[in-house]
Design a protein. Structure first.
Length: 99
């Protein structure tokens, strides 16, 4: 059986900051005025996060992510997708004040 031409490929992590594992409920806010989707932040760094969703097909390339646990609203860009998970890069992050 011929060897796959991809067998020697080694994934190189290109993240600029180390991610910490978490289990935060969050809301993906889509560009449509009343649409938000439930998701779970699986790991997070200063620059991005890995998010689990029921349906990754409805997520646009850019969207907002609200993380109540950290009182943060982020402008996100989808960097990668694997199954029901996406990796996002934060383009802008706003720390909201808690009451």
């Amino acid at each position: 059986m011929p060897e796959s031409r991809y067998s020697a490929y080694i994934y190189e992590d290109q993240r600029r900051a180390e991610r910490s594992p978490v289990d935060f409920g969050a809301k993906g806010i889509l560009p449509y005025p009343t649409n938000a989707i439930n998701c779970t932040v699986l790991d997070i760094s200063d620059n991005g996060a890995r998010i689990a969703l029921r349906n990754v097909d409805i997520v646009p390339h850019k969207f907002k992510l609200f993380i109540p646990e950290t009182h943060t609203l982020c402008d996100c860009r989808v960097a990668r997708q694997s199954g029901k998970e996406i990796g996002v890069e934060f383009e802008n992050k706003i720390e909201l004040k808690s009451n």
